[in-house]
Design a protein around this ligand. Structure first.
Ligand SMILES: [Zn+2]
Length: 160
């Protein structure tokens, strides 16, 4: 799937968070925030390249340790890796709050695109990742999820 950076994300109408493993519960809702695509790369589609700060890559990896969402929407393979190589698979996405009402919607593979394929995400995304309150996200206990903009109302639940 290819989407140009900072276009509006329309892949799925709802955002979906699972309880961390080994949980079986989930919640989902129609976001009131505006989701912008970041890092949806595909072979044959040009994308911005360049170096990023090492602390950004480290922070992004740390964010992905605690937040992983929209996991059920299918597998995204990296098709930028040469055929026959061991390429990573990644399903799921991440959500990073930006300047309200913007939240960035990135595939879980974004870190691979940055480190293996020289992808440089937009500066506003880098700033947003650096601003994540990782301690608060890591401390979230279900039904809190590691994302601050889950609405008060209109949330649907899978409770098992
Ligand atoms: Zn790759």
């Amino acid at each position: 799937m290819f989407y140009e950076d900072l276009t509006e994300y329309t892949y799925n109408a709802k955002d979906y968070f699972d309880e961390p493993e080994p949980g079986f519960r989930a919640l989902w809702y129609r976001p009131a925030y505006t989701r912008l695509n970041v890092g949806w790369l595909e072979a044959g589609q040009p994308y911005p390249t360049g170096t990023v700060p090492a602390e950004f890559t480290a922070k992004l990896r740390a964010v992905q340790q605690v937040q992983w969402m929209n996991v059920c929407l299918g597998l995204h393979d990296c098709d930028l890796c040469p055929p026959g190589d061991e390429y990573p698979e990644g399903n799921g996405e991440i959500r990073i709050p930006g300047a309200p009402p913007i939240a960035y919607a990135a595939p879980f593979l974004i870190t691979h695109y940055i480190t293996a394929h020289d992808y440089r995400p937009p500066t506003e995304f880098i700033d947003a990742v650096m601003a994540v309150d990782l301690d608060a996200w890591a401390a979230a206990q279900w039904p809190e999820v590691p994302f601050p903009w889950v609405p008060e109302e209109g949330v649907e639940w899978l409770l098992e």
